[in-house]
Design a protein around this ligand. Sequence first.
Ligand code: HEC
Length: 107
Amino acid sequence: MRRAGSLTLAALCLALAGSAIALGQSARVEQGGKAFIDSGCYGCHMVGRLGTSIGPDLTRVGAKYPREYLDRWLRDPLLQRPTAHMPKLELTEDQVRALAAYLSSLQ
Ligand code: HEC
């Protein structure tokens, strides 16, 4: 009886942890969407019908690149593509993670 009880508890904990991760993820995507505006990305990029088309359209960028690539791109575009015309932006670690989560959600 005790054993079954603790198994149920373990399963419950796992389920809760899973939804906490899912929740954290969507909060991060939302935070990234804000950072996209705050960091001025929309000044050079389009997402949907918003933004400016100086750089590539990012509406489906999440389908084009894996998240790790986007993450590295945001840390330093030139490291990723030496001929890139996107300036290196001063982003905090938190902003980079949130932006990468947001961009990879755009599919
Ligand atoms: C001053 C204009 C400018 C700003 C501001 C800017 N970008 Fe860019 N971005 C570019 C240009 C130009 C490219 C194309 C780079 C190349 O290949 O030469 C690019 C490329 C990209 C790419 C790769 C797209 C692809 O299809 O290869 C991503 C992702 C990206 N930018 C995200 C961002 C994010 C997120 C921000 C805000 C933190 C941002 N950019 C701010 C100009 C800008």
